[in-house]
Design a binder for this molecule. Structure first.
Ligand SMILES: [Zn+2]
Length: 271
């Protein structure tokens, strides 16, 4: 049985009278998107017209690229763009980051890190690498913020922290999920990026920057029979940001071509 609202099935979530428990909770406590928008706008107003008033955690993927456009064009904010290259970003994503930073005449700081060991460990166990990877990336970005005394880190995440766009990090630094009030669909995002120097890479899973996701999904699928992205993708469907059919495409087991696997092996992945 499948949830009538999102894409959870009995295999991935408890379903009561045709609706999964996550959707039931959401019906009871829906997100006030106007409130989120006010929250974001109040913060961004303070960051205007000052150089480096915030950091953009930039990956060169579609979400952080849309966030950059909103910051610069709608709010006249000039962030310091920080990209953590974990050795497994698509070359196109890195090019996007460089081209967009140049287009807007912004500084882009690229930190070279190597997550090979972590990815090998996680993929071997058939687990999702996403949480650990994003936590490590945010730690690096936080360090830069701390070093430069910048209080706000903007990200391109589209799902808020519960009912707020803000998460308090250590030492008074705040993380802002900029896209969460805007309810943008995938199509909206590509429209926003249409006239900008942004290219869409051909990747596996719901990503426009990560080379590892496809193989990690493959392994997880073999072990558990479903995608570890189910909660995130079900949330996007619940919030109206992704249609069910597209969501189901993303939830299928990806067929990662040998060519990409070769590339990943060259970079150090034991797959
Ligand atoms: Zn549901």
């Amino acid at each position: 049985m499948e949830c009538s609202i999102c894409v959870h099935t009995e295999k991935t979530k408890k379903i009561i009278d045709g609706i999964c428990v996550d959707c039931l909770t959401y019906k009871k406590y829906p997100i006030d998107f106007n409130k989120l928008k006010k929250e974001v706008e109040n913060i961004l107003q303070q960051l205007k017209n000052k150089k480096y008033s915030c950091i953009l955690a930039f990956s060169g993927g579609k979400d952080s690229s849309v966030a950059l456009k909103i910051l610069v064009e709608d709010f006249n904010i000039k962030p310091l763009c920080v990209l953590v290259d974990n050795n497994y970003l698509s070359d196109i994503a890195i090019e996007n980051a460089k081209n967009l930073a140049r287009y807007y005449n912004l500084d882009l700081l690229i930190l070279n890190r190597d997550f090979t060991e972590i990815f090998n460990e996680v993929i071997k166990k058939g687990e999702s690498p996403c949480r650990r990877c994003s936590r490590l990336i945010m730690r690096e970005v936080w360090r830069i913020a701390k070093m430069l005394n910048i209080k706000y880190i903007i990200t391109g995440h589209e799902i808020p922290f519960g009912h707020s766009v803000i998460r308090e990090m250590k030492e008074g630094i705040k993380m802002i999920r900029l896209l969460s009030p805007y309810k943008l669909t995938e199509e909206d995002k590509y429209n926003i990026l249409k006239n900008l120097p942004f290219k869409k890479p051909n990747l596996y899973g719901y990503t426009t920057n990560c080379l590892v996701l496809g193989v990690a999904l493959e392994r997880f699928y073999e072990k558990y029979g479903f995608s570890f992205e189910i909660d995130r993708i079900a949330t996007l469907v619940r919030l109206g940001l992704l249609d069910k059919n597209k969501a189901k495409e993303y939830l299928k087991k990806p067929e990662v071509p040998e060519e990409l696997k070769e590339e990943l092996r060259r970079r150090g992945l034991k797959i």
